[in-house]
Design a binder for this molecule. Structure first.
Ligand SMILES: Nc1c(NC[C@H](O)[C@H](O)[C@H](O)CO)[nH]c(=O)[nH]c1=O
Ligand SMILES: CC(=O)[C@@H](O)COP(=O)(O)O
Length: 163
């Protein structure tokens, strides 16, 4: 069973040249730089190309992905996967829950509705320390996590398309 659960890590389906969309919310610049770097490292390692679009906050990410995916399809150069990056830090009001839950729900709906491999790298934290622990370079970088997740699903999609 354990082997089956880890199978996605062994999938060597070729995704070289895949066109990937990154939409990032630049609410906290330094954290965002680190999350973006983590994602880009993974994409370069997989031989994927990418475009980066920047929006004000996490709530704008799902709609921007939808807009950009449509535009790319219209242009004949479709995106095969998308990555959402952002950092939501709890403040004094319920707005934290709104931003966190609605951005996540929007991404989940998009990925299902569009059959779009999509990694959610929007971190939702209570403190700056928690944010940095998830943005610092290395295995715990949630930008890299989100990129790996999107690419894993893209490999599955490409493999099934060939079957
Ligand atoms: N507080 C944070 C926000 N808030 C802004 C919203 O995402 C949105 O841009 C606004 O409500 C206008 O629609 N966004 C983050 O990404 N991170 C936060 O901590
Ligand atoms: C996540 C947010 O929107 C939050 O940072 C806003 O802060 P506040 O709830 O104090 O207005």
């Amino acid at each position: 069973m354990a082997d089956a659960r880890r199978a996605h890590l062994q999938d060597q389906t070729d995704i070289t040249g895949a066109r990937v969309l990154i939409v990032e919310a630049r609410f906290y610049d330094d954290i965002q730089d680190a999350l973006l770097e983590g994602a880009i490292v993974e994409l370069k390692g997989a031989g994927a190309s990418y475009d980066v679009l920047t929006v004000p906050g996490a709530l704008e990410i799902p709609s921007t992905i939808a807009i950009a995916v449509d535009a790319a399809a219209e242009s004949g150069k479709p995106y095969e996967a998308a990555i959402a990056l952002g950092c939501v830090v709890r403040g004094e009001t319920f707005h934290f829950e709104i931003v966190s839950m609605e951005s996540s729900r929007g991404l989940t709906d998009l990925s299902v509705d569009l059959r779009l491999p999509l990694g959610n790298g929007i971190i939702t934290v209570d403190t700056d320390e928690q944010a940095w622990a998830r943005a610092r370079a290395g295995e715990l970088n949630k930008g890299g996590d989100a990129a790996r997740a999107a690419l894993s699903v893209l490999r599955i999609k490409r493999r099934l398309a060939k079957a």
